[in-house]
Design a protein. Structure first.
Length: 140
């Protein structure tokens, strides 16, 4: 009789657990919100077919609890690249992360900055759509 009860419980936990730990609240960041956060995104050509992109932010407010940055580049509905970015520079005054890509992918590149929150879920984040900050014309 115990086995009949245990199987549904184990099945429920196997299904429910991944979805509980996968929750993250993301806030989309506009140019105005980026200024409020002390964040800037800049880009320049770093090769004949590569655009270098830098995200710099001040680790204060919610970003004081900064934990990681993830890059996602998509093509249509498909993910082309997903990568964790390590800071190039991390001081009490500034955090800088960098990536490079073909300029054609700038519009579909997104940077997610995660920070530890005080509630549930344990992490929240900011979503920076690179195309909202950088244009092809700004690379020339």
């Amino acid at each position: 009789m115990k086995h009949i009860f245990i199987v549904p419980v184990v099945l429920f936990l196997a299904i429910a657990t991944p979805s509980c730990f996968g929750l993250v609240v993301l806030e989309g960041v506009s140019k105005q919100r980026a200024k409020e956060l002390g964040a800037t995104i800049t880009a320049k050509m770093v090769g004949t077919n590569q655009a270098g992109v830098w995200l710099e932010f001040v680790p204060k407010g919610k970003l004081k609890a900064f934990s990681s940055v993830t890059l996602e580049i998509t093509s249509g509905e498909r993910s082309v690249v997903t990568a964790s970015l390590s800071p190039l520079k991390q001081t009490p005054e500034s955090v800088v992360v960098y990536f490079s890509t073909d300029p054609a992918y700038l519009r579909t590149s997104t940077l997610f900055v995660y920070y530890k929150s005080t509630g549930f879920p344990p992490y929240d984040g900011f979503e920076f759509k690179v195309g909202d900050f950088i244009t092809q014309e700004s690379l020339r």
